[in-house]
Design a protein around this ligand. Structure first.
Ligand code: ACM
Length: 637
């Protein structure tokens, strides 16, 4: 260990923190002309830095000391300020660092010690111990009865299909029986597991009947058969005898509370390989989700191959110190890269479809576009735009210009290919977090505003989104977007609004006649830490979200159930933003078991939901997570 960096909070107020940073030269050599490069995801006020100059692009910071010499066994100290809420978690500290010196390009590793917090959380959430339930189904079926006796599946068991649209579900059941229980069955033929069409059942609804004759799964839709299979998988128990599974005699009559049950995954901040994405989609099928919202583009990486613009992935999918996109978040001394080819995307779409899951792609515009802009500067950069802005994630060059012809060419080509690749009727256009100050010092934007009589730059955002909406409509798609999509008041009521900052936008938009999806950060953001403990990975800008808090989410709870506004709520979605999620273990930890809690909010009628009852089912269900090697956060730590 030759170099070490320590970060400590020196003082802290509500929206202001002062930090001390110490760089130790633990080598036996003096160094000169040195600089420290490190990652922190909050914006350091550049003028607040003592003894050094600091530059920051996103989370990527370079510190150049005033005194360019650092002797062997000596240290350098500086202070700086950040005007945000106090830091509470170790993952809020420096995430990665390297040091360069002696005018060489070599990047030397630096040991980063855990941040010294001024006021770490001290409380711990306590979850009462419970006994496992007898039937551990999550989300809880809306109507069921259990009878005396049980049916045994064995070597003789076999699936019979008396249904159209059940084949994928039956194949999935077989695959999962094999991987979860090591239970092998004869190929589909004539046997005791019957998939049967029941035309009285609507989309997603199913019945599962187990009696002495066997197992019967009934549905009127492909998704209903998948949900029936998911329930069956959770109701089975392995016997001591080889290749035998038992299930109690029962009758389940079940239907979803919400039509839309989704999860969003950010694949831009960190890239998640196809196998990881598929694993998640498979998990979603187990909990009767029906939508996977794939966040494919953002400032820090463009992850979808677009044949019209190969630059988007040639340039926009790679971060490194020598690239237009500098490193962010982790592994900063190496190149970091990844994207999905169109062939891979088709594969994932088919995989999801087999599991009753629709994939909604998101192309986030006009903000969060840094990767696209750096890839296609000839189309997307307005050299005469001198506007000053800084996005939430600390970029001053990440917004498309509504006044450039290149922007529309880019939108046309990208949306055409996206519409072709994804069978989903919905395409998500982003629209979140366009920073204030943008477009104000652009002559072209000002001229566009004059031409259309706009008085507020927000109308330029609406202008661009209205264009995207029309384009998508011409491609047979419905535009959906974050709550800011209705800023500037230009998109039609056909646009579905996803509220995320709170529920307020959903309520406001629903009152105006928009359909809404609820994804409030306070309950459904899985990147929020799961407890008030500094060692919990995660952030807390929206909330700390312990399991019980996630479980108790009830959309627009203050409204009466009969309030017609509630009809506008199509469903609920949870989301995993991935600034600090760059491997399977961490991903599992942030998602599980909170995903199962949100699943219940999505599926189970409120009158059927009960925290203690859920906990006892979760307790019995953990063995299924164990079988899959899922690194969940244990509720009973
Ligand atoms: C978001 O969290 N920016 C949608």
């Amino acid at each position: 260990m030759s170099f070490r960096v320590d970060l400590a909070v020196v003082s802290e107020q509500k929206q202001f923190c002062r930090f001390g940073l110490t760089v130790h030269n633990l080598s036996d050599q003096d160094i000169h002309n040195w600089s420290l490069t490190f990652v922190i995801d909050r914006f350091i006020s550049p003028d607040s830095v003592t003894n050094a100059a600091l530059s920051q692009v996103g989370s990527f910071c370079t510190l150049e000391p005033n005194n360019t010499h650092l002797k062997a066994n000596a240290h350098f100290y500086c202070e700086f300020s950040i005007t945000t809420a106090p830091l509470r978690f170790y993952t809020d500290g420096i995430k990665d660092a390297f040091i360069q010196f002696n005018n060489s390009n070599a990047r030397h590793p630096v040991v980063v010690t855990p941040i010294v917090l001024a006021s770490p959380y001290k409380e711990r959430t306590h979850i009462t111990p419970v006994d496992a339930a007898t039937l551990n189904i999550i989300p809880k079926p809306n109507q069921y009865e259990i009878y005396d006796g049980q049916y045994t599946l064995s070597n003789d068991s076999q699936i019979t299909l008396q249904a159209s649209g059940a084949e994928e579900a039956a194949n999935w059941l077989q695959q999962e029986l094999s991987s979860l229980f090591d239970f092998k069955m004869k190929p589909i033929g004539k046997g005791d597991i019957l998939y049967r069409t029941n035309p009285t059942l609507d989309e997603g609804e199913y019945q599962l009947i187990v009696d002495r004759f066997g197992v019967r799964l009934e549905a009127g839709s492909a998704s209903g058969f998948v949900h029936a299979s998911a329930t069956l998988l959770q109701a089975l128990t392995r016997c001591a005898e080889p290749n035998q599974l038992t299930i109690p005699y029962l009758k389940i009559v079940d239907s979803p509370r919400f039509k839309y049950r989704g999860m969003m995954l950010d694949c831009s901040r960190h890239f998640h390989p196809v196998e990881r994405v598929k694993r998640l989609i498979n998990n979603l099928a187990h909990y009767k989700f029906n939508t996977f919202h794939w966040h494919l583009t953002d400032d820090e990486g463009w992850r979808i191959e677009i044949k019209a613009f190969p630059e988007l992935t040639q340039v926009g999918s790679t971060r490194s110190v020598d690239s237009p996109l500098v490193p962010q978040f982790s592994t900063i001394s190496e190149e970091y890269s990844g994207f999905y080819s169109q062939a891979e995307i088709k594969q994932v779409v088919a995989y999801a479809e087999q599991r009753g899951i629709t994939i909604i792609p998101e192309i986030d515009v006009p903000g969060h576009c840094r990767a696209a802009i750096k890839s296609l500067p000839h189309l997307l950069v307005d050299d005469e735009d001198h506007s000053q802005y800084r996005s939430i994630q600390n970029y001053n060059d990440n917004v498309l210009s509504p006044a450039l012809p290149g922007t529309y060419l880019f939108l046309d080509k990208v949306l055409e290919e996206v519409a072709e690749l994804f069978p989903s009727k919905w395409v998500h256009i982003g629209a979140d977090e366009v920073p204030s100050g943008v477009w104000e010092e652009s002559q072209k934007c000002q001229a566009l505003m004059q031409e259309h009589g706009y008085s507020d730059t927000k109308e330029l955002q609406g202008h661009l989104l209205r264009y995207a909406e029309k384009k998508l409509r011409s491609l047979g798609k419905r535009m959906v977007g974050w709550e800011e999509a209705q800023h500037g008041d230009k998109v039609s009521k056909d646009t579905v609004i996803y509220s995320w900052l709170s529920e307020e936008a959903a309520l406001k938009c629903a009152k105006q006649g928009f359909d809404v999806i609820l994804q409030p950060g306070q309950y459904t953001y899985l990147d929020m830490a799961q407890d008030y403990a500094p060692e919990e990975p995660g952030v807390d800008w929206a909330n700390v979200i312990p399991l019980e808090h996630a479980y108790r989410y009830e959309p627009l709870a203050e409204l009466d159930d009969q309030d017609p506004i509630k009809k506008r709520v199509l469903g609920i979605q949870c989301a995993l933003w991935c600034e600090i999620v760059n491997n399977q273990q961490r991903m599992d930890y942030m998602i599980f078991p909170r995903l199962t809690a949100i699943a219940e909010a999505c599926w189970t009628q409120n009158t059927q939901r009960n925290w203690e009852d859920y906990l006892s089912r979760l307790k019995g269900h953990l063995s299924l997570l164990n079988k899959q090697g899922i690194n969940y956060r244990s509720p009973w730590k």
